[in-house]
Design a protein around this ligand. Structure first.
Ligand code: ADP
Length: 507
């Protein structure tokens, strides 16, 4: 039976493909790095042709390594770095310039202008987003502003826009299908998330021709089939592309957070917390973002999202910049040598603070050092700081939705830290659940594609595939917990004050 699914996972640093079987287990994986281009400070670009060629190689390799036949693959599901912006020529298939990556800050001035023009509330109400260069809308405007002929060509339907999902689907189908799923569309700052259509007034404000935008579609359906013209993939010709979802909601789905009130956090370089809010698209007043998480069987699920810019990166900083530890896992070992933090706190505000503070001026800080403080204290304070950040995000979500989050599912490179996971559970006073299979992003894409093609019957069946590695239950006295949290909040406030007071003298 054709019961295998290939997840195409196109990330910021690499193009990957992962083959899943019907039990949700990984059969084979392939991965190719992609080049990062930094043409100016704060600018980040990728070569869209390299994104495509590396992804095609990964798909080919994963299929060949598996030893399966062409009829064994039921579907392909796509998950991708969100917001990264590609514009290409419909006739030649060539991008008109490098892709502008989500991290790129080149449109900060445009965003400032939109804010000054009083559009923040208009944009929040329609798109669920804050005005920020992060999202694709101003990036697309920037590309079209470089050469007036591009905008004219876009109006005539000669140029197409897409995020990486659209770019891959268009190419894999031999240029036949130009779509984007609602979760990716939600991150353009051009999409009306309640009515599930492009916001034409916002497109006008940003001078983006709607003719070039992909058709917004649900996250689980057959969009098209692998074209027989793609070199290296002839064995997969005709395989349906049946799922597409941005990376963070893919992880939410892959973690089995199918019901409203379920949440996950990914502990990577930064942290991304997502809460499934079901059919309700909540608007945040604390700097959380609202997006479509996915649309399945005609039902749209929304998510509230909060992110902290620096999390695992602080552990890397201890290792690489400070050379305090030889490897990330040593951080845990050091932290465990202490029975208490001994009053030492760290705020990982290297690049300011994300939700719920949104403070670009705050700076990284240690507090409470004494002559007795050493490496172990610093390691412990760094691990604890990551858990505090996530606690703030979850607390903001609790306040916005007035529903209690009953457990937190975790993934990402730093979730292997038992010390941090236990501390996280103690702070949140809820169980923290770490799955066996931490490739949740790819799993989410595979699940959505498999649901559309009958590999799995529904989310009830998928829920049964979830295997838990470990559950961390809360085990801390309330007095200790509230003292720790209040000291953390004092530390955050001081790191923000420091940023404000020294802003003009930091050079
Ligand atoms: P990203 O996808 O953002 O690149 P990953 O999910 O791969 O991130 O996670 C990488 C992060 O995980 C790194 O910042 C690293 O510091 C952290 N990490 C890796 N191993 C450990 C460990 N054993 N203990 C704590 N943190 C770890």
């Amino acid at each position: 039976m054709n019961s295998y699914v290939i997840a195409v996972d196109q990330g910021t640093t690499s193009s990957r493909a992962i083959l899943f079987d019907r039990q949700g287990h990984i059969v084979t994986k392939a991965q190719y790095p992609i080049t990062q281009h930094y043409p100016k400070p704060g600018w980040v670009e990728h070569d869209a042709m390299e994104i495509l060629s590396t992804e095609l190689l990964a798909i080919q390799e994963v299929f060949e390594k598996s030893g399966l036949g062409s009829g064994d693959i039921a579907a392909i599901g796509i998950t991708n770095q969100r917001e990264t912006t590609v514009v290409w020529d419909k006739a030649t298939g060539k991008p008109v310039c490098n892709a502008i990556v989500w991290q790129c800050r080149r449109t900060a001035d445009t965003c400032e202008r939109l804010t000054k023009d009083g559009l923040a509330d208009r944009i929040l109400q329609s798109t669920g987003l804050l005005i920020d260069p992060y999202f694709s809308g101003t990036k697309l405007k920037w590309i079209l502003d470089q050469d007036p002929s591009l905008r004219d060509r876009a109006r005539r339907g000669e140029l197409l826009f897409g995020n990486v999902d659209s770019w891959l689907i268009w190419n894999l189908t031999g240029g036949e299908v130009h779509v984007t799923d609602y979760s990716n569309a939600s991150r353009t700052m051009l999409f009306d998330i309640d009515n599930l259509r492009w916001d034409e007034e916002l497109c006008k404000i940003l001078d983006v021709p709607v003719e070039m935008l992909p058709e917004p579609v649900p996250s689980s359906m057959v969009y098209g089939r692998i074209s027989s013209r793609i070199q290296g993939l002839s064995a997969l010709a005709g395989t349906p592309i049946a799922g597409s979802v941005g990376d963070q909601p893919a992880a939410l789905f892959g973690q089995g957070c199918f019901q409203p009130g379920q949440a996950k956090n990914t502990y990577g370089t930064g942290c991304f917390t997502l809460l499934n809010t079901g059919s309700q698209s909540v608007r945040s007043h604390q700097g959380l973002l609202t997006s479509v998480a996915w649309s399945l069987n005609g039902k749209v699920s929304y998510a509230l999202e909060g992110s902290a810019f620096n999390a695992g990166s602080a552990i890397q900083w201890l290792r690489d910049a400070c050379q305090l530890i030889p490897a990330a896992h040593e951080c845990d070992i050091q932290a465990e040598t202490l029975r208490h933090n001994d009053g030492v706190y760290f705020v990982p505000a290297f690049t300011g603070l994300g939700a719920p503070y949104w403070d670009v001026d705050a700076r990284g800080s240690f507090f409470g050092l004494t002559r007795g403080s050493g490496k172990a204290h610093m390691c412990r304070a760094v691990l604890e700081s990551i858990a505090y950040e996530v606690t703030d995000l979850v607390a903001a979500m609790d306040r916005e939705t007035e529903t209690d989050i009953l457990e937190l599912r975790v993934d990402g490179g730093a979730c292997v830290s038992d010390f941090m996971m236990q501390f996280q559970s103690d702070l949140l006073k809820i169980p923290v659940i770490r799955p066996v299979m931490v490739e949740t992003t790819a799993a989410g894409a595979a699940y959505l594609a498999g649901l559309a093609t009958g590999v799995w019957s529904g989310t009830e069946e998928l829920a049964k595939l979830q295997e838990t590695d470990r559950v961390f239950d809360p085990n801390m006295l309330e007095k200790k917990r509230s003292d720790l949290l209040s000291n953390w909040h004092a530390a955050v406030e001081l790191s923000r004050q420091w940023g404000r007071m020294t802003k003009n003298t930091q050079e």
